[in-house]
Design a protein around this ligand. Structure first.
Ligand SMILES: [Zn+2]
Length: 346
């Protein structure tokens, strides 16, 4: 959708050339209203509407920090089109420093989309976010990071829709966002990520070109991780000609073929032998588990070759607990729309 003279969401109105910061009220608790912050940067020039959401999981701080920085850095005079930014979708999780689920109703916002008006507060929030904010945009990026306890390899994900044009644009955005890895897959199978029930998948069903942007995190706020989001969004805005400059892609992209999870069989203290992003061979040692007497009771090995994409930072495991999740990968096939921006790694 092209930015009109003004962009309006409920009573929040941003005219051409304006940056407006406001709250939308979703519901209430006995303590007061439940609100989400919304910023609309309505550029001077013509262009598409891009929506950025962060804090669907509100302890994934690098993504939130990047959204905040973009709010400050993007000036209407430099923007063609409009950018709508929700820096923290779940304020309840943000204020209480709780990962994954809302303290209000115990639901994971990224598992219940598209939500609905006839549900609990997270379902109402998902529905409102999708139908009243994200649906006003042509493009959407949902910014996430490794949550508490998760060391995560940055990647960008897009769920295939079957609409060739939309799928092509989604892949372009994913390739522009990620520093290395893209995960693009259908609704079921080993690459059903972004998940069914996730905000991104639901947004694509509304016809929005929506991608998932992930960085490392683990409850920390490191500049390297903030940059993944900031640079990814900036690349996409340059590609869409919303701001000046050319996108920069450093080195070739990797495409995920599947994911596999390695769980502990024995219980004890875990000593990791790999990091996220390493290349591991079939049979390679990933971790060692020792019992309370310090004796090694299990050597955790990779069942086949892959790249550790998620390592849980918990140091003690019980039987069945996840230790490492790996990506299977292959070089991404040629993609002329974005390959022209590739620079070789220094
Ligand atoms: Zn998340």
């Amino acid at each position: 959708m092209r930015a009109d003279k003004t962009l309006q969401i409920r009573d929040v109105v941003a005219g051409r050339g304006e940056k407006v910061k406001a709250y939308l009220t979703i519901g209430e608790t006995p303590n007061g209203p439940i609100r989400i912050p919304l910023v609309i940067i309505n550029g001077d020039g013509d262009g598409p509407v891009l929506c950025l959401t962060a804090g669907v999981h509100a302890t994934e701080y690098p993504s939130i920090m990047a959204a905040m920085r973009l709010i400050n850095d993007l000036q209407p005079s430099q923007v063609r089109g409009a950018v709508m930014i929700v820096p923290v979708v779940s304020m309840a999780m943000f204020q209480s420093r709780l990962p994954f689920i809302s303290p209000v109703d115990g639901l994971n916002l990224n598992k219940i989309a598209p939500g609905g008006t006839n549900g609990s507060i997270s379902e109402i929030l998902a529905h409102m976010l999708l139908t009243e904010v994200i649906a006003k945009a042509k493009y959407h990026i949902d910014l996430h990071a490794g949550d508490f306890g998760e060391m995560l390899l940055p990647f960008a994900g897009f769920p295939l829709t079957g609409n060739a044009d939309l799928d092509r644009q989604g892949e372009a955005l994913a390739r522009l966002f990620t520093p290395l890895l893209i995960s693009i897959g259908p609704e079921s199978g080993p690459l059903a990520l972004p998940f069914v029930g996730g905000i991104v998948r639901a947004a694509t069903r509304l016809g929005v070109v929506s991608i998932l942007g992930e960085s490392d995190g683990n409850g920390t706020l490191e500049e390297t991780d903030v940059r993944v989001h900031y640079d990814g969004v900036s690349n996409i805005m340059r590609y869409l000609n919303m701001i000046d400059g050319e996108p920069k892609i450093v080195g070739k992209r990797l495409k995920a073929t599947d994911r596999f999870l390695i769980r502990a069989i024995k219980s004890g203290l875990v000593r990791l032998k790999v990091k996220i992003g390493d290349t591991v061979a079939a049979g390679q040692e990933l971790a060692e588990i020792c019992d309370v007497f310090g004796e090694t009771v299990e050597v955790v090995r990779a069942p086949r070759a892959g790249i550790p994409g998620l390592i849980w930072s918990h140091k003690v495991v019980n039987t069945g607990d996840p230790v490492v999740r790996c990506w299977g990968t292959e070089p991404a096939p040629p993609f002329p729309e974005t390959d022209r921006f590739i620079r070789e790694a220094a």
